[in-house]
Write a protein that binds this ligand. Sequence first.
Ligand SMILES: *Cc1c(COP(=O)(O)O)cnc(C)c1O
Length: 408
Amino acid sequence: MIYLDHAATTKTAPEVVEAMLPYLTEHYGNPGALNSSGFRGKKALNEARRQIAAAINAKPQEIYFTAGGTESDNWALKAAAESCREQGRHIITTKIEHHAVLHTCRYLEENGYEITYLDVDGEGRLDPQVVRAAIRPDTVLISVMLANNEIGTIEPVEEIGAIARQKGICFHTDAVQALGQIPVDVETLKADLLSASAHKLNGPKGVGMLYIREGIPIVPFVHGGAQEQNRRAGTENVPGIVGFGAAVQRACGRLSDKIRKEQGLRDYLIREIETRIPDCRLNGPRDRRLPGNVNFSFPFIRGEAIVISLDMQGICASSGSACTAGSQDPSHVLLAIGLSEEEAFGSVRLTLSEENTKEELDRAVAALKQITARLREMSPAYENYKKEKKLQREGRKENWAERCDTGC
Ligand SMILES: *Cc1c(COP(=O)(O)O)cnc(C)c1O
């Protein structure tokens, strides 16, 4: 199997599993208990907290463990909104956030908050001045992702964070795709709240964290016991959290090496697709892009059909994001960067890790070339498009796009 879906999830690294195991088999005591088994768990929690805090330049007491990126995003938005409801009810975000943010915003809209969803440019980049212009006296929260999960755009979060700080507005960033992929520093980003998830960086599934800057008023999300400084109740997922710490240590300890390798593979894959497959379009930027992200549109065919065909050849990729797969809607991210529905439906995301090889990528490109050619042979719209292109080359001025719109 060739696995090219690392933005959806990653393999739990063997050294991470090894770090976790003793907390499943031996030191399984409750970290809240007054016995030595519990103390071992408590110590391990503190060590993971320290590892993660160090990786993002935070203090250990600013790290709150959750059940994943989705919970962290929910908590950050709902709690920031509720904590500031007396100051105002206006929230600013973007059109390309993960659904964990967008659907939480929708929920808040139904509960008396007003949300501004900002546009991004053709590469998915948000202009910080657009954020500045959207700020109102009643704005209480700005939430902008650090890196996009579909097209890999790295947002200018440092500048946006600086604007939020200057205006005294709470600033949240979803760093789920960024942590372990690019440097993440809560001080340079001026983030007050930051979400991350273990399974996107070779940690286990179902564990994440919310960074809450000291002094930021955030109400608890899960009520119950006194865990996580009374802010997130429930017996801690000790093995998961230990695995999260180990995964962060593993990825962030040698980040520049990892980035260099992944970027090399990414640019190789982009070049190969562009030179070998006709009529394709790279979605997202060429630089300021996540080192492992590749996303292409192959108009006139369905991304899902490509992904299923790739899978039959042992290659795991995805169309859109994992969370929207199966839905009938085209990707909100691709529509936001100006793609037509036709182009958005024809997209395939290939996300790499440093462990992928050029040989694997060669095999994936060969498969893609064959699959897209076969699917396009069955696509009357593509035949029309090719005919029009030929006519155009011959000097005729016919508008194929218009014809295609009705033909597709
Ligand atoms: C995966 C992802 C999430 C959700 O994280 P889970 O741990 O899977 O709940 C949130 N935001 C982004 C950008 C993601 O890529």
